[in-house]
Design a protein around this ligand. Structure first.
Ligand SMILES: Nc1nc2c(ncn2[C@@H]2O[C@H](COP(=O)(O)OP(=O)(O)OP(=O)(O)O)[C@@H](O)[C@H]2O)c(=O)[nH]1
Ligand SMILES: [Mg+2]
Length: 250
């Protein structure tokens, strides 16, 4: 149900079959056998002949802690979920935030997302399908392709990366300029870092007041603290808010 990425060379190998790629099937990638992101992401694989890459239809091996509440829709055999796009510059903390939201335990990501990272989260009220697209420059051109299909955009920024906030701002504004109603949740992540901009500064740096009155827009400070601990209250707030927006928007 996600739009296909019109680019040759990405898995799965035999479109339109839904065979998962190697990492999706749970096979560790050669370079990341011990990565905590194993099975949590779908990184791009070695070149193949596929011309379409429907990420939401790929299935993912799940981290043990995630098994109960986090099941890809493709594995569950259920219908289309509430799709939420998670974007932001590389290193902002998208994967770390997503993993924490999914498991309710903090787990920092250690490797960049080289393609897509899809996670489904079930709450009592809804089933939410999150899609992160990596934030590196080579992947940013794909961001806008996914926007028309989503209920909500979650935009993650590194609050301590002052130098790149102007780029983060520009990309956000470009993304949503033609969609005046898409709800946006901005997560000002890495609030734990010394030198992190506070919420007010992030609001100004991203010129959020220019984004328009029509849309629902929220800004929440978050951080992904020490591995293994329970997620912070701000992270729980973010999860509740996203769930609420999804219910209101569908
Ligand atoms: N101090 C601190 N570090 C964080 C936080 N969130 C993530 N990190 C670290 O920041 C780095 C990047 O995190 P990722 O979650 O991989 O970032 P990303 O936005 O998914 O990056 P791409 O996949 O490359 O687009 C990792 O080293 C994380 O451990 C946070 O809240 N505080
Ligand atoms: Mg990532």
């Amino acid at each position: 149900s996600w739009p296909a990425v019109p680019r040759a060379g990405w898995c799965p190998r035999d479109p339109p079959s839904l065979r998962p790629c190697a990492c999706a099937a749970g096979a560790p990638r050669a370079s990341s056998a011990s990565s905590p992101r194993r099975g949590f992401c779908c990184a791009l694989q070695a070149p193949c002949s596929a011309s379409f890459f429907p990420p939401a239809l790929l299935s993912f091996a799940l981290a043990p802690a995630a098994r109960v509440n986090v099941l890809p829709l493709a594995l569950q055999g259920k219908g289309r979920g509430k799709q939420i796009l998670v974007l932001g510059l590389d290193g902002a903390g998208k994967s770390s935030v997503l993993h924490s939201l999914a498991t309710n335990r903090v787990k920092r990501s250690v490797a960049p997302t080289e393609g897509f990272n899809a996670v489904c989260i079930n709450t009592e009220e809804s089933q939410m399908e999150f899609l992160e697209i990596g934030g590196s420059e080579s992947l940013r051109s794909y961001w806008k392709m996914y926007l028309p299909k989503v209920l909500l955009l979650v935009y993650v920024v590194d609050s301590a990366d002052h130098a790149r906030l102007p780029v983060a701002k520009q990309l956000l504004h470009q993304l949503i300029q033609n969609n005046s109603t898409l709800p946006v949740v901005v997560l000002a992540n890495k609030q734990d870092l010394e030198g992190a901009y506070c919420i007010t500064d992030i609001h100004d740096a991203l010129a959020l007041s220019d984004i328009g009155d029509e849309r629902k827009m929220f800004l929440i400070g978050t951080h992904v603290a020490e591995d293994g601990s329970e997620i912070s209250s701000s992270m729980k707030d973010a999860k509740d808010l996203i769930g609420q927006l999804v219910l209101e928007t569908q």
